[in-house]
Structure formats: C-alpha cells, structure tokens
Design a protein around this ligand. Sequence first.
Ligand code: NAD
Ligand code: GLY
Length: 369
Amino acid sequence: MSNSRTVDIVRVPLGERSYDILIGNGILPIVGPLLEERGLPKQTVIISDRNVAPRYLGPVEQSLKRSGCTVLRVIIPAGEKEKNLQRAGSIYTTLLRHRISRRSTILALGGGVVGDLAGFVAATYQRGVSFVQIPTTLLAQVDSSVGGKVGVNHPLGKNMVGAFYQPSFVLADAAVLRTLPRRELICGLGEVLKYGIILDERFFSYTRTFLPRALRGDRSVLQAMVRECCSMKAFVVSGDERESGLRAILNFGHTVGHALEKAGRFSVLKHGEAVLWGMMAETRAAQSMRILPERDAREIMTLLSRIPLPPMPRPAFRSLVATMRLDKKAIEGKIMCVLPTRIGAVNAPAPVDESVIGRVLQQMRRYKL
Ligand code: NAD
Ligand code: GLY
C-alpha cells in the first residue's frame, strides 16, 4: 500500500469527548501507534465484515500487534440485515467467551453497517469500552463514522435502538476506497454533494469541478472531499451533539429519500441512492414553495443529476406520505423537510404540504436524467 505521508487531521471539539479524525492515503498501518499515543487499552477486538476483512484486516492487525496489542477478530457477514440486536447479542457472547474486559478497545473496520453495530456493542458491552472507527466506505468516511450515532435496526424501524457514543479517534484511509464497488462510491458521493448544498457554496463549486475525477475514484480528490466533509460534520456535531437543533440539517434529502428507500423494502435503492433522489425532490419542493431561487435550484439539480442512479421507484403515493408522516422530524403528522434556501444554506425542518411533494415527484418521473 503506498503512503503519501500527508495525514490531514480534523478535530471534533466536544469537551472531554473531543477526538481527531485522521485522513490520509495508505495510513492503516498507523493504527497501532495512534492507539498507544492515546493510551487506549491494548486488549483489542476488530469487528469487520466478510468483504472488508480479507482485504484490510491484515495491516490493521499487524500494526496493533507491533504496538503490543492482543487482537480478537470478529468477522460478520456483510449487509444491512446484520445490523440487529441478534447480531449484537452474538458478538457479546464471543467477547465474554474470550474474556474481553472493560479495559478493552473495539475497532470497527468497515462501512456504516459495521461502524453502527460495533459502536453499539462498544457503547453497551460492560457499560462501555473504548471505541475506534476505521471507515472503509466513502459514506462511512464522510458521515457515519463521525458524530457518535451508533445503533441497530428493529423489525419495526431502522436505527430504532442506539446511543450517542463518540469514538476515541477515526482513521479514514482513502487507499481502501479503490476496492469499493461503484454503486457504493456513488452513495458516498451523494453525501459529499449534500454538504456543499447545505453548508458551503465554495465546496459546492469544488464538487462541481471535481465530480468526474471523484467518480473515477481519484484518491487525492476523494481524500480532499473526505477532509472537507469531516470538517463540516465536526462543526455541526460540536454545535449540537444530540440533534436538538442544528444537526437536523444533515437530514436534507432524507424525508423523501427514506420514504423511497422504505417503499422498496430497503432492497431496491441503497440509502445513498435514495437520499440523492430525495435531495432532488426536496430541492424541487423548495423551488416550488419559492423558498429557493430558481437559478440555485437549477444549479443544484444539474449537479445532482450528473451522478448516475437507478430509476426512481414508483410506489403508491399514499404509502410514501404515510412513511413521511412517521419520520422522526414529523410534528403532529405534518411532513417536515430540510429545504435549501440558496446554495450553501438550508432552513430548519419546515412543514411541506403533501400536494407539493406529490407534484414534484410527478414532475421528476418525467425528468430526464
Ligand atoms: P455498508 O456498511 O453495508 O457497506 C457497503 C458494502 O461495501 C458492504 O457490502 C461492505 O462489505 C462493502 N465494503 C465496505 N468497504 C469496502 C471496501 N473498502 N472495499 C470493498 N467493499 C467494501 O454500507 P454503508 O453505505 O457504508 O453504510 C450504511 C449504513 O450506515 C446504514 O446502516 C446506515 O443506517 C448507516 N449510517 C449511519 C450514520 C450515522 O451517523 N451513524 C449515517 C449514515 C448512515
Ligand atoms: N447522518 C446524520 C447525523 O449524523 O446526524
């Protein structure tokens, strides 16, 4: 693995729970020294999945062992279906059988599924052990590994059981993205574009220029994107760790997106793809409500539609509305969306009439990507 020697560090300032995100190219082998430097327990457990472990567990394990750590590997099947209480339970059993103590460190090596599940186990095993995130998808590097949301799904709802539990550090290595399936890269890029739209006009222009290189997997561009997105997420999370206000803006595209994802029973669209469709729908809604100037709406739509996507599903509108009314942001059954007001700014979640969403979805089905 090549090592370009530049490591970008983004600090997440959260008082005594502050931590660093280290971003580089070929930096998995620094995990052991980082763990030592931070005085984390050297009894370690790496939780990973069957796609990631054969590729990347080796350098992580070797680095930890060189730093004097013991390592227990817990490898789970890949996929969202593993993010549940049953899988968490089987991991607790493995940890207990191997006499993993309270003075241990759990490292999540994988995408958002592994990160959320391993973080939930770290938060709850013996009332909490040290936790490190090593995200291996673009989505996990720019979003899920930062900010401390950990949890599992319940048969009655996604992410319905969980906690806020911050890692001790995050190690994001752009080199691992080279083996990421293209569809997963696209999901991550959707989140990358989201940051420019909601928070930073300058970054929006950057993504417009560098999107083609990112789509080709250019590591220096992806590393720069991860650094910028992590800085923005750190800013948001440090202002509102437990999502009582500002953090909700990260949900741009998620009201419609989640409804589309659920309508396909989470198997037609991936989360990132659904959020991309959701961002387009919510941009159009903001334009039609005259919250967003037409010119900005056009620029946002032009950028989003440069990402290749599977067709938007066509579920019954009633079922979409029912899901949106149950969204966590909904108030008294009113559909609430985070809407852009210009490129680089959004409002707090605001009510959107279902007729507006219905009209927008109708238009988008005709919209040629
Ligand atoms: P994922 O973890 O399922 O990973 C996608 C696929 O890519 C998997 O098959 C995985 O094995 C494979 N993979 C991962 N890294 C790879 C690599 N480097 N090379 C080859 N294959 C690789 O999906 P995801 O998109 O990373 O995460 C989605 C999950 O994240 C969802 O459960 C979602 O709820 C959660 N999430 C959490 C937060 C948060 O704040 N905690 C935010 C957004 C999403
Ligand atoms: N992904 C949304 C958040 O972390 O709040």
